[in-house]
Design a protein around this ligand. Structure first.
Ligand code: AMP
Length: 216
């Protein structure tokens, strides 16, 4: 089944997606990660993307849709995807619907993690990502340690857009552009609202119980 997970920046989408990937044999599609991969390559496109991300703005839809099409066209990934950070606006939803039809796929379930602005700030400022394995930690809520992380702690880094100024811009962009999408999925009876301010394990339990109730 294909799943989408929504939530403002820092809501815990990446952490919950990583759990689902492990337990349900899914493949995570994080457009943010794909864009950061392009930045790492140092290409001209990557340099342009970096400027946009560091301002907390959205990368043009055409770039995003091309990345998504590459993923949706892979036969090995058929109906095994979890989308984190996509779609982000109504235009992306429209292109997504078209691509899903083209590649004979559908969305089975949509989660949205509700977290208020105060908590978001704390979460983002505490966020650490391992540059080796990609796992996400938080110095306040989920510190990396020997049992949950195999790489050396020197690889734990902060994202360049995880600063107070950019967070405010990213949050405002989310409310303006992404929030309206939720109504679209609600109308299709696909949306499940989750209290994203609970503990990570409790949120995951709730997500799993919804997953268990879905027809495969
Ligand atoms: P994320 O890792 O999902 O927090 O995304 C980091 C940044 O990448 C966002 O603030 C945007 O600048 C950009 N980005 C990620 N996904 C998208 C998308 N679907 N559409 C446009 N921009 C995106």
């Amino acid at each position: 089944m294909n799943i989408i997970i929504f939530g403002p920046p820092g809501a815990g989408k990446g952490t919950q997606s990583d759990n689902l990937v492990k337990d349900f044999n899914l493949i995570k599609v994080s457009t943010g990660d794909l864009l950061r991969d392009e930045i790492k390559k140092g290409s001209l496109l990557g340099k342009n993307i970096e400027k946009i991300i560091d301002k907390g703005k959205f990368v043009p839809d055409k770039i995003i849709n091309d990345l998504i099409e590459i993923i949706l066209s892979k036969k090995d990934y058929l109906n095994r995807l979890i989308f984190d950070g996509f779609p982000r606006n109504l235009n992306q939803v429209k292109s997504f619907e078209y691509l899903l039809k083209t590649y004979n796929q559908k969305i089975s379930c949509v989660f949205t993690l509700n977290v208020d602005k105060k908590n978001i700030l704390k979460r983002i400022l505490g966020r650490q990502i391992c540059s080796q394995c990609g796992l996400i930690f938080n110095i306040y809520f989920k510190p990396a340690n020997k049992t949950n992380h195999n790489c050396d702690s020197k690889y734990l880094i902060r994202r360049s857009d995880d600063n107070e100024k950019t967070i405010a811009d990213r949050y405002a962009t989310y409310v303006k552009e992404t929030f309206p999408i939720l109504k679209y999925y609600q109308k299709q009876n696909l949306l499940h609202e989750i209290n994203g301010m609970n503990e990570i394990e409790r949120i995951y339990k709730e997500i799993c119980s919804i997953m268990g109730s879905l027809e495969t």
